[in-house]
Structures are given as structure tokens and as C-alpha cells.
Design a protein around this ligand. Structure first.
Ligand SMILES: [Zn+2]
Length: 333
């Protein structure tokens, strides 16, 4: 059996609409706002870029204004992954983004989420890894402070990630922060090659020590970079539906995943943001086969790769014994 593993799922993008509606009704007593909410938290035809996609998540995050809301949100995310048949999930969140949107202290957010996730993980038996996102847009000085909170709560996390406006502050500015994170034994994944080109992916690997890259799909524009990613065994966390919605890819059939697999680059299919993308991991695998046209045996290798690239021993232990170190370059285009 190939394991069902999601390595790239944002907690802020996995909030249950029912919890959002409940929180809105509690805090605002505005029936019109409640009616609009269900549409507002889900991506639709008005979403035509990464910026408009992320705006949906901003709105949803701002609705959960109490620490206990985030404890429940953490538990829901684990339960929903379990209900979808997952064997392992890595959830990521930015405590600073949540804190700013929700009016809470970052440390309160971390403690609440960690408690909700741990309780649901124990109840369901689903192992979970947590990844701390450093917000890129706030700049390198803030990144240092953000990492400070991560290191204060070191036991909660398996890795750090850099996310936000990829075309803004360059990777090099965050190099000292990510060196400190690696020194503390944290794994590194970085959002790159989604809104910006191949250079952004190369910088994430070379300057920040990324072992995995969030999306990375625009690496397909540079064949030499693809060779390096394969040689260095850097796994790209590819989210088909999200990429089509943010226009990082032009469609399922034309998605860069075909070029990545053909070049032998390790790929793990991910959901990114299940709520606004209206998807789940089982649906991503279905779309990969039916809409992108990937063969079942290719998808089995992709699933095995997700286990190999997991940041915790619990995730890596799910790798099938025969999983090779690189995927078959002979994947169908
Ligand atoms: Zn993401």
C-alpha cells in the first residue's frame, strides 16, 4: 500500500467553514456577513492571482479571534486529514500572521494550535509534523524575532518555512535566520518558484538550505536547475489545484509537474489550502490521474516520495521499502 501523505498544508487554509461561520455569528451578529461568508472563504472566479487567493485566507484567519478557536482549528485540521484517509500530514502555520489577523499573541497561537493538534493526533492515531512559517513580507529583522518564538517553542516544530511575497525581499536577506534554524536542528522548506521564476528556487536551496521547496513549479523553466534539484534530491511540494487557481500553472494537462517528473525531480502532491481551493489530498490524486493524465504507477512513486521527504521519523517510516532515491525519468508527458 502506498501511503497517503500531505507535506504542504496550511492550517490557515484548512479552516472549516462551519467554525468560521460560528465565530462570525458569535463576534459580529451580522446576518448579511454570515450569508456572504461561505462564498468568501472559498476561491471562485474572482480569484485570478496569488494575491487574490491569499486575500481569502486573510479574511478567514481574522475571524478566529480567541486562542481556543485555534486549538479547535488545529484539532479540526487533523480530524479532516484523518477522515480523508491520510497516514501522515505536515501542517504549517505562521503564528505571526495568525496573531496579527486574529489580535492574539504569537506564543498564545503556538500553544493553542500545538495542544489541539496533539490531542487530535492522539485521538485519531494520525501522526502530524508541524512547520513554522516565517513571514517573508515583514523583512529580515522581523524574521529573526519570528525565529525567536520558534526556538522558544522548539519541541513543537519539525521545520521552518519562508512564505509570502516571493518577488519582494530576496532570499539572501534571510540567510542568517535560516542558518540559525538549521543549527537548532530544524528542517527547511521554502515557498519558491510559484510567483517568481527559477532563480527564486535556486536561491531557496543555495542560500537558505531548503531540503524541500513549496511549489517550485517554475523551476521547469530552467533544465539545468531541474538537473540540480534531482542531483540534490530536493523534493518539490506540488499542489495542482492551487497552482491552477493562482495561475502558477496554466492548467492540469499543461501543468509543469509533467516536466518535473520527466526530468526525474522528486515530487510530492500536496493540497496547499484545502478550504479556499475546495480540495483534499484524495481529490488531488484523482485530479492528477484524471485531469493531468498521470499514470497510476507514477502516482504511486509520487506517494512514496512524500514519505521519503517527510521531516519526521513517523512520516519517513511510511516509505515503502523499495522506494528508489529518484523518480523514474520515463514518466509520461
Ligand atoms: Zn503554501
Amino acid at each position: 500500500m502506498t501511503p497517503m501523505i500531505d507535506l504542504h498544508r496550511h492550517l490557515e487554509g484548512a479552516l472549516r467553514p462551519s467554525q468560521l461561520v460560528e465565530a462570525l455569528a458569535r463576534d459580529r451578529h451580522d446576518p448579511e456577513a454570515i450569508r456572504r461568508l461561505r462564498d468568501d472563504v472559498a476561491a471562485d472566479e474572482t480569484v485570478d492571482s496569488l494575491v487574490s487567493y491569499l486575500r481569502r485566507i486573510d479574511h478567514a484567519t481574522a475571524l478566529l479571534t480567541r486562542a481556543e478557536d485555534w486549538e479547535r482549528a488545529g484539532a479540526h485540521a487533523v480530524e479532516d486529514a484523518y477522515d480523508d484517509g491520510l497516514d501522515y500530514v505536515e501542517l504549517r502555520l505562521s503564528p505571526w500572521f495568525v496573531a496579527r489577523q486574529a489580535g492574539l499573541h504569537p506564543r498564545a497561537v503556538v500553544d493553542a494550535v500545538a495542544e489541539g493538534v496533539a490531542a487530535a493526533s492522539a485521538r485519531t492515531g494520525l501522526p502530524v509534523g508541524l512547520i513554522a512559517i516565517v513571514v517573508r513580507d515583514l523583512g529580515p529583522a522581523s524574521a529573526e524575532q519570528q525565529l525567536g518564538t520558534v526556538l522558544e517553542t522548539r519541541d513543537v516544530w519539525c521545520a521552518v518555512d519562508l512564505a509570502g511575497d516571493e518577488a519582494g525581499v530576496p532570499c539572501v536577506e534571510f540567510a542568517p535566520t535560516f542558518a540559525r534554524a538549521r543549527d537548532a536542528g530544524l528542517h527547511v522548506t521554502v515557498h519558491a518558484g510559484e510567483a517568481a521564476g527559477p532563480r527564486s528556487v535556486a536561491d531557496a536551496v543555495d542560500l537558505l538550505g531548503a531540503e524541500r521547496v513549496g511549489h517550485g513549479v517554475r523551476a521547469a523553466e530552467d533544465p539545468r536547475l531541474l538537473d540540480r534539484l534531482r542531483e540534490r534530491d530536493v523534493t518539490l511540494e506540488v499542489a495542482l489545484t492551487s497552482n491552477v487557481q493562482t495561475r502558477a500553472a496554466t492548467g492540469f494537462r499543461t501543468h509543469q509537474v509533467h516536466d518535473l517528473l520527466a526530468a526525474g525531480v522528486p515530487v510530492a502532491l500536496s493540497t496547499d489550502n484545502p478550504t479556499p481551493s475546495r480540495t483534499r489530498l484524495s481529490e488531488e490524486y484523482r485530479r492528477a490521474e484524471r485531469e493531468a493524465g498521470l499514470a497510476p504507477e507514477v502516482l504511486q512513486r509520487v506517494a512514496a516520495q512524500a514519505a521519503r521527504a517527510a521531516f519526521t521519523p513517523a512520516g519517513r517510516s511510511l516509505a515503502p521499502a523499495d522506494a528508489s532515491s529518484a523518480q523514474d525519468p520515463a514518466a509520461p508527458a
